[in-house]
Ligand binder design. Structure first.
Ligand code: ZN
Length: 441
């Protein structure tokens, strides 16, 4: 078995890994580097594959590309754009289907359409808890795990040369608010059966402790919203549009007390996909995205602030998102000291996001608005969660993924703490390299 570490091994973003067994290759994820995508904005869709690779926006897959006939399947682990957004640029050269869970499939199909790309691979659905045959040497199984977007599985490849487990992005949430807890029984069983390679999400392994549950954030949200309602304030919440569990928690916190509006294009797209799969109920929510309807609505809501709970895009301070436009006074919503703005998110650590967030927060505070930040629990396991995963899986080899060298080294040091030996059975790799697990140590 060889692990091709194509992208996401020099940075947080543009994740792409490929597993090779007996000359057959399965690709897992085709993500974009979101920082670069934000810089390019709409231009991104006009870039050719070569230009997108050169810009650093998508992984450089030339190593796999040269052997494209050996690729038997593309698996997209979950819907986040750092795992999906390179599909329109990269997938079409591979003559094989894409596999994904139902919610992820909707996202992948939408981004293909948005890019106007001729991607004819077709997206096949595999539900969590199910297994399917990909080729002579590969079977794919999706195992229940928790993350910050629905339908995220632990991606498991059973091969003729042992099992590879890819922890796409994961947290171990004991009290998830949408869907079940991780399937510890099956994960332990995988460990008992034998795992040859564990490709480990290292996004937050460099942080001590454990990631807090979504349930805790739900309680925090409710108490902030309660206080704001008691004071009859205008309430605006912003969060990740794909975080359907959080959006449900916002609706639960409201508990029918106020009318609710979801405003912004991405909120509309993600929540409509979620509704089609019964993951959210929008029957009592006004969902708006076109400029004129948003403008009309906000003019009205500005006069009846105490009647509305507004949920809008812009949690990273994106200049074109609804919250930034409200803060700049571009709509007829007079935001002032009678409003409370809740960032139910954390800022993704990149200079462009930090600068954008600073600007929006400054504008809001200058208008006297009360601002609550970091009402959030993120979707990645921290050091002790990762330790649990390693103990459950007891893999022969660990390949840390999803981060630059420092983050990968944090997972490696944890593995060493658990008895692994660097370069023997824990492997720090870089983009474009191959970790050959057949090589005698
Ligand atoms: Zn993710």
């Amino acid at each position: 078995m060889k692990v091709h570490t194509v992208g996401g091994y020099n940075e947080v973003g543009k994740n792409m890994t490929a597993i090779e067994v007996n000359g057959e290759i399965v690709i897992i994820d085709m993500g974009a580097d979101m920082e670069t995508v934000i810089e390019y904005e709409e231009e991104m869709e006009t870039l050719s594959t070569k230009e997108a690779i050169e810009a650093g926006a998508v992984p450089d897959d030339s190593d796999i590309h040269d052997r494209k006939d050996d690729v038997v399947a593309i698996v997209i682990s979950h819907g986040h754009l750092d795992h999906t957004l390179a599909v329109p640029k990269l997938a079409k050269v591979y003559d094989c289907p894409i596999y994904a869970t139902p919610f992820t499939k909707k996202i992948v199909e939408r981004i293909i359409k948005d890019d106007d790309a001729r991607v004819n691979n077709g997206v096949r659905t595999l539900k969590i808890g199910e297994t399917t045959t990909l080729s002579d040497h590969f079977e794919l199984e999706f195992v229940k795990i928790t993350h910050s977007i629905p339908h995220t599985p632990l991606t498991v490849l059973h091969t003729s040369d042992g099992t590879a487990v890819y922890s796409c992005d994961f947290k171990l949430d004991e009290e998830p608010t949408l869907g079940n807890k991780p399937d510890y029984e099956r994960i332990r069983e995988l460990g008992d059966e034998g795992v040859k390679a564990y490709i480990a999400d290292s996004t937050r392994t460099d942080q001590k402790g454990r990631t807090k549950s979504e349930h805790e954030t739900a309680i925090e949200l409710r108490s902030i919203i309660n206080r704001a309602y008691e004071d009859n304030e205008g309430v605006i919440v912003t969060t990740f549009s794909s975080h359907i569990a959080r959006l449900n928690n916002i609706l639960d916190a409201n508990d029918g007390r106020r009318k609710v509006a979801f405003i912004g294009r991405s909120l509309k797209e993600y929540t409509q996909s979620a509704q089609e799969l019964d993951l959210i109920d929008l029957s009592n929510v006004e969902v708006l995205s076109y400029y004129n309807e948003v403008e009309d609505f906000l003019r009205r809501a500005s006069k009846e602030k105490g009647d509305w709970l507004i949920v809008c895009t812009g949690n990273q301070g994106e200049p074109n998102a609804v919250l930034s436009r409200i803060a700049r006074g571009e709509y007829n919503y007079h935001i002032d000291e009678k409003d409370r703005v809740i960032f139910s998110s954390s800022t993704i650590p990149a200079p462009v996001n930090e600068a954008n967030r600073y600007k929006v927060e400054k504008l809001l505070r200058e208008r006297g608005t009360q601002v609550e930040v970091d009402v959030h629990s993120h979707g990645h396991g921290m050091r002790e969660d990762q330790r649990d995963m390693i103990r459950l899986l007891e893999p022969e080899h660990i390949v840390p993924a999803h981060g630059g060298t420092e983050k990968l080294a944090a997972t490696a040091s944890l593995a060493i703490d658990e008895g692994y030996v660097l370069e023997q059975n824990v492997h720090i790799s870089q983009n474009g390299n191959i970790v050959n697990l057949d090589r005698p140590a």
